[in-house]
Write a protein that binds this ligand. Sequence first.
Ligand SMILES: [Zn+2]
Length: 280
Amino acid sequence: MANTAKNIFLFSVDLEDVRLRMEGGMKYKPRMEKMVEQYLLFLDKYQSKATFFTVGDIPDHYPSLIKTILSAGHEIACHSNKHIPVAEQTKEDFKKDLLQNLENLNKAGASNIIGYRAPIYSITEKTPWAFDVLSELGFTYSSSVLPSKNPLFGWEGFGEKPRMMNDKLLEIPVSVRGSRFLNVPFSGGVYFRVLPLSMIKKGFDKHFSNGLAVTSYFHPYDSDVEQEKFIHPEINNNWFYNKLMYYNRKNTFNRLETIMETFDCKIITYKEYADSFNGK
Ligand SMILES: [Zn+2]
């Protein structure tokens, strides 16, 4: 297996509270601060700085959270204001939502935000205008494309390498692996918990062997073994998907530590990665 200090792992958290997107969601216990604390401890253990793609309603509900993350040296980036997939918005609505996301995060203490991740990796070949809006608002990178077929959103044929989408903006697609028929993002969310560890390791190995960074997306709930049971939003009331939302959370950190140690990974922020990429 590839084993050099240059195995770049772009660890990231999509900082969102799913309860805020559910009718009656606030009756469930808040778990956000506890789970962020665990991610910060994990990052601290490996002396690493990572990126938190943050939804605009987070500062309203957790007033000190942004500052806690920033003071530990991590990056805050945007993840939309209302978590509406890009394809379900007009260009104007997308811009308005993003400006509000920026304003809310700026007010909470995050300045010079340059990164964006679309909700549910929802930038596809049908919404290329999103990149121009991002550039116009000063973003210099995005990590919003799932470069394969997917039941939700996907941009088949995008390719697995980051690339400039106009003269200012770098798109860093999420890492996928699989077969000719199905490629899935193995390094985050439900897939990281559900796929066999051997398959996840192969994904990391293949990317590192090809000189590619592995990009990822974790959520506060991905490691939460105490979250109450409810139907998560955006899964169309599918009981099977909902079961997967809770599956194997207890092993998320074990798996992350195994990956870190197997590959001697280096976690850096997306900002740092994008800056170095732009210089090449
Ligand atoms: Zn999200």
